[in-house]
Design a protein around this ligand. Structure first.
Ligand code: NAD
Length: 404
């Protein structure tokens, strides 16, 4: 291809990251992106040392840049714990960059598996990707919990800014036990529903939402009610796009999903999404085949791989040993961002490039060129695998032939 025929109109926010995924990131950029695209990348280095150096300002700046320009692509990053604080000599255990970006964008995370023919899903009926939309705010993740030491009365007390207190008896303990107080807000539930509807609309996928309103007649019922209201508000759009919405009990949703062919968006409450997304990821083969996109209610997008920084491979890489890390999900983070940018800018040639790059990756794997993680789950299983670089080189060759 004559170099750089494809021009991206609007800058894309690029967030670099840590460890093995940082190594992959550079390879993807050098071998698959830069040779073919005329693109302005607004670069934010989210390496843990740079987050430390900037007191995490770089993460906030990156998130604000996504708000301004609309599309970002992010490499996996370390969320430091005490061990990492020592390893990198950090000022403190900075919060998860994903958490920071998510709260600035007020976004919902959608995880989507990449389906390749020679990595059959563990569930026979699954033919198309099942996308999980996880409400990533509140419930047990922002709860207060308490170990009850012995007999006593537990109450739930609400003190309004004006008016009378409301108190409800939770339980009269006769002996020790445990207690949990959790919450959510209408605003957050509404944002979640809107993000799911926007995503389903743009991807033309039907929506399933499951909760347990038969038992939780107020808490879960509020989710059901708000979701339905938001769907009703977009009824005409959804009908035009051929997108349907179904509410069902979460246990029913789980049971039906095991017999479904996929190709739908499964909207989940926070805990359900946490659990079901791992089930779906492993059911479709490998973490290296799972992408993730954060969508804000007003349509800003941040794309990334669903996996972490693949620390173990990085330590091998540092020792000078060869590695076989799967870059598929990271490449799809780039194609997701490019395709979305092309769609927003009205530049079909950019969307076309992203499709060709995705097809190059899938064809590479389907031709039997794969990284080690896939050798155990592919059909037929094999002992043959390529290195991290070898895989990307093979994709690059495939892409070149498509662009000729
Ligand atoms: N989105 C993110 O930025 C994100 C997500 C999860 C974890 N993390 C960070 O990543 C670091 C490592 O965490 P972890 O080890 O729990 O998760 P991880 O996803 O890096 O690895 C989990 C397991 O899956 C394997 N694996 C994951 N991706 C792979 C790939 N592309 N190719 C081959 N094998 C792959 C790893 O070898 C490991 O056995 C931590 O510091 C954590 O904070 C970041």
């Amino acid at each position: 291809m004559a170099s750089k025929e494809v021009k991206i109109k609007t800058p894309i926010i690029e967030m670099d990251g840590d460890e093995m995924t940082r190594v992959i990131w550079r390879l993807i950029k050098d071998k698959l992106i830069k040779p073919h695209l005329d693109v302005e990348l607004l670069y934010y280095d989210l390496h843990v040392r740079n987050r430390d150096k900037t007191d995490d300002k770089v993460t906030v700046d990156a998130a604000n840049a996504i708000l301004k320009y609309g599309v970002g692509v992010k490499c996996a990053t370390i969320t430091p714990d005490d061990e990492r604080v020592k390893e990198y000599n950090l000022k403190k255990a900075w919060p998860s960059p994903n958490g920071t970006i998510r709260s600035i964008l007020d976004g919902t995370v959608f995880r989507k598996p990449i389906v390749v023919k020679n990595v059959p899903p563990a569930v026979r009926s699954w033919k198309k990707p099942i996308i999980i939309g996880r409400h990533a705010y509140g419930d047990i993740y922002k709860a207060v919990d308490f170990v009850v030491p012995g007999a006593g009365k537990a109450e739930l007390v609400y003190t309004p800014e004006s008016g009378d207190k409301v108190s409800l008896v939770v339980h009269e303990f006769k002996g020790p036990g445990v207690l949990l107080g959790m919450h959510n807000t209408n605003k957050s539930i509404r944002s979640f529903a809107q993000a799911c509807i926007n995503y389903a609309f743009s991807e033309k996928k039907d929506i399933w939402f499951g909760a347990k309103d038969t038992i939780s007649k107020k808490y879960h019922a509020k989710f059901k009610e708000i979701f339905q209201k938001e769907v009703d508000a977009r009824k005409d759009d959804l009908a035009k796009a051929g997108v349907t919405y179904r509410y069902m009990l979460i246990d029913d949703a789980v049971a039906q999903m095991m017999k479904h062919e996929g190709g739908i968006l499964w909207a989940c409450m926070n805990y359900d999404g946490d659990v079901e997304s791992d089930m779906v990821a492993s059911g479709f083969g490998s973490l290296g085949l799972m992408t993730s996109v954060l969508v804000s209610p007003d349509g800003k997008y941040e794309f990334e791989a669903a996996h972490g920084t693949v620390k173990r491979h990085y330590y091998e890489h540092l020792k000078g040993n060869s590695t076989s890390t799967n870059s598929t999900a990271s490449i799809f983070a780039w194609t997701g961002a490019l395709a979305k940018r092309g769609e927003m800018d009205g530049t079909p040639e950019v969307v076309e490039f992203a499709k060709k790059l995705e097809a190059s990756v899938i064809e590479t794997i389907e031709s039997g060129v794969m990284t080690r993680d896939l050798t155990r789950v592919c059909e037929p299983p094999t002992d043959k695998y390529v290195t991290t670089e070898g895989f990307i080189d093979s994709v690059a060759r495939n892409l070149e032939s498509k662009l000729k």
